[in-house]
Ligand binder design. Structure first.
Ligand code: SF4
Ligand code: SF4
Length: 369
């Protein structure tokens, strides 16, 4: 067994005997009454932990006690390893190890290539002109190239993440029938959407010290809401393009622009808050790799939102061509790195919460399956 697994087993055995933290999050009901933890169970528990840090501040066996319990850090180390272990294709797993360099190389490379291609292929009198009216963007970057490159990159990223998540689910899946899984869907979705386990059982996370706060939970909600608005803007714009045959850019009061503008600003507020909390947080309670993964992903998402807002602000000026190309490069780079980014935690944690919901329902419904 790898040293991380041995440490996790040691810590969890003490926790399951102690259970002082029962009620803080879904991890403790999931370990209740258990004495042995198979590697797949450890992977499941690691992804069930939201790193709220509550159990560290509550723990009477934390250092300097010789048990030296640090459950948030122990589970964070395993969580990071699980992202690499289930990555598809396998070699992608290495991207989690040197995440900042990999992301910078991929996103930087794609963005620089797009800028160079635009400078070489688009005549200067077109690239540096102010364009107005429907189709203005596509005079610089033709629509099939823009939509085709973005869609192809996003679809291959979704395929890689989907296959990774499927093999992760096969590894952690409980013995449960379809009926039990369907029954657990609603409580699981509720846990996923509300981030209930980031509430430390009610009062909130220990973001910086023993004081409780709901800030991390709310900034996460704000960021996701901003992302949802931006996604809605893209879908509405696609509808205008294909159904009404009206090409972008749209007027400032149109639905895609309003949704995109609100989405970009909201995302930046959420990201800013999360980065601030990341900066204040006690690093010993997470894994160094997890901190890097969080920061790299948040910064990149901020670049996507910020460059999108820059296109909106400069779209009628001579700078539009270059700003649009820069934004496209960042967006396509962002799609390309999704399988080696923090984005995977969304699916892994959701599946862990689904298993937890199935197990919660089990004692009351034995014999149903
Ligand atoms: S983290 Fe500490 S206090 Fe909480 S259950 Fe584990 S051993 Fe007990
Ligand atoms: S850090 Fe928070 S979410 Fe993770 S095990 Fe401890 S109490 Fe649960």
């Amino acid at each position: 067994m790898p040293p991380d697994d041995l440490e996790a087993e040691r810590v969890l055995r003490i926790c399951t005997a102690c259970m002082y933290c029962d009620g803080l999050c879904a991890v403790f009901p999931a370990i209740a009454g258990k004495h042995d933890f198979a590697p797949n169970d450890l992977t499941y528990l690691a992804n069930l932990c939201h790193n709220c840090r509550g159990c560290w501040y509550a723990c009477q066996y934390a250092p300097p006690h010789h048990f030296a319990i640090n459950l948030p850090n122990t589970l964070a180390e395993l969580r990071q390893r699980s992202y690499a272990d289930y990555a598809w294709p396998r070699w992608l797993g290495r991207g989690f190890g040197a995440n900042a360099r990999v992301v910078a190389a991929i996103v930087g490379g794609i963005t620089a290539s797009m800028l160079i291609a635009t400078l070489l292929l688009v005549p200067a009198n077109v690239l540096f002109a102010a364009h107005h009216g429907p189709g203005a963007f596509y005079r610089v970057v033709p629509w099939p190239i823009m939509a085709g490159a973005a869609a192809a990159t996003l679809l291959s990223a979704m395929l890689a993440i989907g296959i990774s998540a499927a093999s992760y689910w096969r590894a952690i899946t409980p013995r449960a029938g379809t009926k039990a899984i369907l029954r657990a869907l609603y409580p699981a979705v509720l846990d996923i959407v509300t981030l209930r386990n980031l509430g430390g059982g009610g009062p909130g996370c220990n973001d910086a010290d023993e004081k409780f706060s709901q800030q991390r939970r709310w900034f996460h909600h704000v960021m996701v809401a901003g992302f949802a608005f931006s996604l809605a803007a893209t879908l509405i714009a696609a509808f205008y393009h294909h159904v009404y045959a009206v090409a972008a850019p749209y007027s400032l009061t149109s639905l895609p622009v309003l949704a995109g503008g609100i989405g970009g600003v909201t995302m930046l507020i959420g990201i800013g808050g999360l980065l601030l909390l990341e900066r204040r947080a006690d690093r010993a309670l997470s894994a160094a790799a997890e901190i890097r993964l969080n920061i790299v992903f948040l910064v990149l998402l901020a670049l996507v939102a910020g460059s999108g807002l820059a296109v909106l602000a400069l779209r009628e000026t001579a700078a539009m061509g270059l700003v649009l190309t820069l934004h496209l490069g960042i967006v396509i780079g962002f799609f390309a790195i999704l399988p080696v980014s923090k984005a995977v935690h969304g699916l892994y944690r959701s599946l862990a919460l689904l298993r937890a919901a199935i197990e919660r329902a089990r004692p009351r419904r034995s014999g149903d399956e």
